[in-house]
Design a protein around this ligand. Structure first.
Ligand code: PMP
Length: 306
């Protein structure tokens, strides 16, 4: 990742990709207190456009606030940085990684003189799921790792350190022949995937876990917006893992995963064992929206060239 041409926005200026470095004593590297976003820009008729950038920037600022990190840049500046990162790297579509982290001015948990840094990188990173997975769905296993409890880390913050839990769960799932993990909360109810929210469909009603220990996903909100448009009833509530086993359809949502059908959980086939009709409909609406093909959702896109 580090050895390539291009530019990364760091603390207010564009820096050549290979020179966008930080010291090994960077505080966030040691203790994980930092926050970040995963954002996508898609190729549209108006050129590359960032999907729901404002919502991502808002969440980044909320995460920083929760972690008590004072943001040194305004939302407008961070939005401009994201557009510039796509534009200056000549990207037609991109994954964007804004991150807020603490500097190397001090060490130890008590360090109180740390500078807050902000960076935004953008690169071409096509969907990590194959076209087949998007159609046939993926195999998932319930994780042996519990999702964060709301009073252990802050679940509303997309915090760097929170992802140790995600990586342990994902690595375990992959090692056992699955493609993704489903994490339960500390009471045993369904929380989310390692980097995705989850929805199930049962008897025409969509269900998704309430926002307790899962992240306030922007794709999750997009699906809730679509459901409203389609007059599909939605219940945000506690879900048990066996409700997923007996669902008619199930799918994950996330900026990276997009809308991803789940065909199997813990060896139990879900519904018809492939993408269900509502998942297909919502997935289609999602791809139309991100690619600027649906006029009613065009306000979610910010063309990087203005
Ligand atoms: N949960 C977790 C733990 C995540 O990392 C992500 C990805 N940001 C999501 C859910 C989905 O969020 P979004 O739709 O905003 O990408």
């Amino acid at each position: 990742m580090a050895d390539r041409d291009g530019f990364i926005w760091m603390d207010g200026e564009m820096v050549p990709w290979r020179e966008a470095k930080t010291h090994v004593l960077t505080h966030t590297l040691h203790y994980g207190l930092g926050c970040f976003e995963g954002v996508r820009a898609y190729s549209t008729e108006k050129g590359a456009a960032i999907f729901r950038m404002k919502e991502h920037t808002d969440r980044l600022c909320r995460s920083a606030h929760i972690l008590n990190m004072k943001m040194p840049f305004s939302k407008d500046e961070i939005n401009a940085a994201q557009c510039a990162a796509v534009r200056d790297n000549n990207l037609d579509e991109a994954y964007l990684r804004p991150m807020v982290f603490l500097g190397s001015e001090g060490m130890g948990l008590r360090a109180d003189n740390l500078k807050v840094h902000v960076m935004v990188a953008a690169w071409s990173w096509p969907s990590y799921m194959s076209p087949e997975a998007k159609e046939m769905g993926i195999k998932v296993r319930t994780s042996s790792y519990t999702r964060h409890h709301v009073n252990i880390t802050m679940c509303k913050a997309k915090a760097n350190g929170n992802y140790i839990n995600s990586m342990l769960a994902l690595n375990e799932a992959i090692a056992s022949g699955c493609e993704e993990a489903l994490l339960l909360d500390n009471e045993g109810y369904v929380a989310e995937g390692s980097g995705e929210n989850i929805f199930i469909l049962r008897d025409g009603v969509l269900h998704t876990p309430e926002l307790t220990s899962c992240l306030e996903g922007i794709t999750r909100q997009t699906i809730l917006d679509f459901a409203k448009e389609l007059n599909i009833p939605v219940k945000e509530r506690r879900i048990t893992r066996d409700e997923v086993y007996i669902a008619d359809e199930a799918f994950f949502t996330g900026t990276a995963a997009e809308v991803l059908p789940i065909r199997e959980l813990d060896g139990r086939v879900i519904g018809a064992g492939k993408r269900g009709p509502l998942t297909e409909k919502l997935q289609g609406m999602y791809f139309d929206a991100v690619k600027g093909k649906s006029a009613e959702h065009s306000h979610w896109l910010t063309p990087v060239n203005g």
